[in-house]
Design a binder for this molecule. Structure first.
Ligand code: HEM
Length: 122
């Protein structure tokens, strides 16, 4: 039996690094940065931790996710198709830099794709 995606991505530490790098680049990005303007450090830290927890749980790790669902947490932000494309580009480049293999990379992209209609609204 194949190990869960969680393990194949390097377990908690691998996923935490992936999420931290993606969110770090998204916040500094010319297009996506607008979603994080005027937010305090603690709010950002809590959001990042929720993202890590969600990711760990959804990929088969042992985690109880205590955040809101994807519709509720992104509703009204006006995330567009172009924003989504940019987010995926960032995720692909971070996965590449971390040496994530093609099978795992494909599974991560399929996971994101399944969430797209909950997150993109604009
Ligand atoms: C263009 C893509 C995305 C943008 C611009 C975006 C932006 C944001 C922002 C600004 C927040 C903070 C909301 C707040 O503090 O009230 C947030 C929360 C969150 N996002 Fe995203 N997001 C994107 C994609 C994703 C994806 C693909 C996932 C899942 C893999 C995700 C998971 C989460 C989670 C778990 C939270 C925290 C929920 C909570 O506060 O309860 N986001 N997102």
């Amino acid at each position: 039996m194949t190990d869960p995606l969680y393990s194949r991505l390097g377990g908690y530490d691998g996923i935490a690094m992936f999420a931290t790098n993606v969110v770090g680049l998204a916040r500094k990005d010319d297009l996506l940065g607008r979603f994080w303007t005027n937010r305090g450090e603690d709010r950002n830290a809590r959001e990042l931790q929720l993202l890590i927890d969600f990711f760990v749980k959804e990929t088969g790790g042992q985690m109880y996710y205590r955040g809101r669902d994807m519709v509720l947490s992104h509703q009204g932000m006006g995330i567009t198709e172009d924003d989504w494309k940019r987010f995926i580009e960032i995720a692909v480049s971070v996965a590449g830099d971390m040496g994530v293999g093609p099978d795992e990379g494909g599974e991560v992209m399929a996971f994101f794709d399944g969430l797209k209609s909950d997150i993109v609204s604009g």
